[in-house]
Design a protein around this ligand. Sequence first.
Ligand SMILES: [Zn+2]
Length: 494
Amino acid sequence: MTNVYVDTAVVRIQQYLSRTPTLRGYRSGSAAIKAATAAAVVDPVVAGLAEVNPEAGEADGVVSVWFAASSPPDPAADEAMVRQVQDRLLTHLREHLPAAHLTSVHGYGENYLEAVHQQIKARRAAGEARVDLPPVFEFQAVTRCDVCHTDPAVRWHRVMGDRQRLCQDCTVRNVSLAQTRKQPTDPDPDLARTAEQELRHRLDEDRAPGAGLADPPDTFDELARLGSSGSGRNHLATVFADGNAVGAFFDALATATDPQMQSRKKKVSADLNEATQQALAQATGAVLGDRNILSVVPHVAGGDDLMVTLPAEHAWRFTLTYLSAFAEWMDVAASDLLDTVNAGRAIPLAPISASAGIVISDSSYPFTLVVDAAARMLRQAKRHTRGRTPAVQWLDITTDGHDPAHEPADLAQLRVAAPHLDRLAGVPQAHRNAVGVAHTQAGALTAHTVARRVGDHRLAIEAFLPAGANLDQPEPAGMPLPTALNLVRWWPPS
Ligand SMILES: [Zn+2]
């Protein structure tokens, strides 16, 4: 039986969220998107025409619905139906997300995976998606919104006690924020949880009754203050992660004809989403320890996409735990599918993993620039291993500016380097600086000489310098000193 699947989505969701510069604005944007795209909300919108697609994996900002194609085939009738479904969904989403850039695209298939990988992706790439843009405001005379400073203000609203003039989009966000705050973990049962509510729910389940997490911080400054006293408590890290080579795997799976795989195909998007949620909870648990305040703020967590902000000193532990956990969960969920797909391939597909970009900045740095930089770091990380193994690229905006001077590192390399980084982090800052300057100005040989002068810490430094009498051997830690010195600035105290 052939079905018609219609995917309607918020384009560039991270950029849409960063319309408002505050953590509150981010949180309420996430809540507004969830409130508009939850199955229980979408079902009545498309009632009589289509149903919410149970095979889609809850990617943030995506509404997927389906209906059975006409039998006998009548493409004109199907296309007309698609049009009606889109009309209803776009009207609904526009009302709830006034400033979002929306697209809708459809495809035919026996199952969702087939429709996506044989039609929907190609249509989107060919620019055949239906696009719905927010209205453009051209007149300078209007009063701008006090929050986003982008769209014209349409009404007065009370925002956390202050009266402010808000645009349509910020008005909707303000309402959804009020709803989110009222019920931090359990919103209206009809609504999907936001990424943050889902995370809190999962963490609370593992805690003793009554020992649930306290309310998370309300501003980026408050979030930064959850770092340890040695960290300065004013730097944040924003981590972007997404799956490596997920598209290639799904493409291969979509074309596989093995009848045993048919039912698994319907579940694999949900498996991917579950791996993301589980890995997020595990990585958050690793940085929380026994503290009971949530210091990881997830903005997007769905499908294989993740974006979180947390105190800078927790970034490495979070990211390394997340990447390991994601790969493990995907191995459990899909290694048999991968084996089946690979049986017929000359060049086997790599196991599904994720890569990450980390951006560290002062908590007052414009968040929209942080988001752009994090997306760039993620792209560099993925290019580094061509998506075959997990990798990380990172940027400390405060000290490095627009671009890092170092190569991305792959996860295996970071695991080898980790114990050496623990030791390097224990070397006093002044010694690290001295040896770094020596290396930059005069090379590895001079850095060796300087390292010898710092007595106890010599071995910690030499692990990152080429070994052997003629410096002809690789660094024991598998990472050059300048990269290690950069990375270790925010390496967690062990
Ligand atoms: Zn606004």
